[in-house]
Unconditional design. Structure first.
Length: 503
């Protein structure tokens, strides 16, 4: 095996198992196995087995053969360093990773157990080119070899950078970076919360800049470690605590500053953790992310409502300097005074115009003019009213005359119409009597004609009608048989008889 295939120190899975004390029985068994398989550096046990004659050698089991192969492979392929592309990746429910490493010509199954993959800072994916370190192992139940990975890193790009890009893509897909969900900063914050290290320079920079710009603000620190193991969880808890304090009224925060000073990517990594990003996203308080220096970008910067390059910049953006507020107040005061002076001067000129007007100089003369105008309007109204009454009377008299003439005309027409109605009633009565007489005569004639052709009339003249048992008229002797019962109908009764013979 070429020496460049080995790297570093191999993690031995057997160390995780409880060690047993060597006993005499174990040592004896080991010696017997060594003698049987001749496990020496100079002699291959498989070669010895092949050189034995068929009469002297005994067949070995599949398990024994597999065990010999496992020892040979695992003893010679320890701590290998392999580069390949991941395919058929599976994140098992047990927490283990199963995948295949391949290149253009070959492939090898690989597994990374939960204890090892928990140390990864990124999530492996199909198609990712990686470098793994591990041991080649034989899985005896299936007789397959695989590489058990202890370490994994991306080929050509850092694991942290891949983890950063994966989380950034995930949160962006969920909409946590959308501008529509980001809150605006308060114009005049009274209480400003800070989540950072109590011993770091970031808090002191924020405090110095803030109190220099607006010393009347209140600054509240909720301390939290900003690097190292467990820092992300503590930062997220500190953000949640500030929101809870706002809800319960303990501290009426207006805005939060979350950040720290500059450092390496490893130092700033806790601000790239998902738990911190989601704590910022669910915060009801506006959050300013102030992590690192100008060139440093973290996941927190994308999720926060406002991103600033440094903690000092966060203090500058969160409040307007007191001198600027005072300058604006002085300017507003000057403009207000100018507007009041203008309004007062306008009212003063109006009062002066009213004081020098004709009304105030000769009020009696103006009243006399208005009285004269009232008299004129009264005379005009009186004359107009009389003319109106006269016109109404004239129109009423004409209407009465018209109604009287119409009454005479209607009386004549009513008399004539009554006479015409009487004449029409008499004519209708004569017509009805004539038609009734004619109809009666026609009905009597029809009755006489009907009676002349009636069977009853024929019977009265001496004829009879013979019927069978069903009441149907018998028209021929051919329809009568001996023994039939028949009915003979006279004009004054019916005779029932039985046929004794037919001629």
């Amino acid at each position: 095996m070429p020496s460049d295939n080995y790297l570093g120190e191999l993690f031995d899975f057997s160390e995780s198992k409880p060690k047993r004390k060597k006993t005499k029985k174990t040592a004896l068994k080991k010696n017997i196995l060594n003698e049987h398989f001749s496990l020496s550096k100079s002699v291959d046990p498989l070669d010895n087995y092949g050189n034995q004659s068929r009469e002297t050698r005994k067949p070995i089991s599949v398990s024994a053969l597999t065990r010999q192969i496992r020892r040979q492979i695992e003893n010679n392929f320890m701590n290998v360093w392999v580069e390949g592309e991941i395919s058929t990746f599976k994140d098992h429910i047990s927490g283990h990773y199963y995948f295949t490493l391949k290149d253009n010509n070959s492939q090898i199954p690989a597994v990374m157990f939960r204890g090892a993959n928990s140390r990864l800072k990124f999530k492996p994916e199909n198609g990712m080119l990686v470098i793994v370190t591990g041991n080649v192992k034989i899985y005896e139940p299936q007789g397959k070899y695989q590489i058990v990975c202890e370490k994994m890193e991306p080929s050509g790009i850092g694991a942290m950078q891949i983890a950063f890009e994966q989380l950034k893509k995930k949160l962006s897909t969920e909409g946590l970076f959308d501008e529509s969900r980001k809150k605006s900063l308060p114009v005049f914050p009274k209480i400003i919360g800070v989540v950072t290290s109590a011993s770091g320079a970031a808090f002191h920079d924020i405090k110095n800049v803030l109190f220099r710009r607006f010393p009347n603000c209140r600054l509240v620190l909720n301390p939290s470690p900003v690097q190292g193991s467990g820092a992300a969880e503590k930062i997220a808890r500190a953000i949640d605590e500030c929101n809870e304090a706002k809800k319960c009224g303990a501290v009426d925060f207006d805005v939060l500053i979350v950040g720290r000073g500059g450092g390496s990517m490893e130092d700033l990594w806790c601000f790239n953790e998902e738990i911190v990003a989601r704590a910022i996203a669910r915060s009801e308080l506006p959050v300013i992310s102030a992590v690192g220096h100008e060139i440093d970008w973290t996941i927190s910067d994308f999720v926060a409502d406002k991103r600033v390059p440094t903690p000092s910049a966060a203090a500058e953006i969160v409040v307007t300097p007191k001198n600027e507020w005072l300058s604006q107040i002085i300017d507003l005061q000057r403009r207000l005074k100018a507007n009041l002076d203008y309004v007062i001067e306008d009212y003063r000129s109006r009062v002066e115009r009213a004081r020098t007007s004709y009304v105030f100089r000769e009020p009696r003369r103006l009243i006399e003019i208005y009285r004269q105008q009232v008299d004129e309007y009264f005379n005009k109204l009186n004359y107009s009213f009389k003319e109106y009454l006269s016109d109404i009377r004239s129109r009423f008299s004409s209407s009465v005359k018209v109604l009287y003439s119409a009454e005479k005309i209607f009386a004549v027409r009513i008399h004539q119409n009554r006479k015409n109605v009487k004449m029409q009633i008499s004519a209708l009565e004569n017509s009805r009597t004539h038609k009734f007489s004619n109809s009666k005569n026609q009905l009597l004639n029809l009755l006489r004609q009907l009676e002349a052709v009636s069977p009853i009339a024929v019977i009265k003249r001496g004829f009879t009608i013979t019927r069978d048992e069903n009441g149907e008229a018998i028209m021929s002797v051919k329809k009568i048989n001996t023994g039939d019962f028949i009915k003979t109908e006279f004009h004054d009764g019916i005779v029932e008889s039985k046929v004794t013979g037919v001629r």
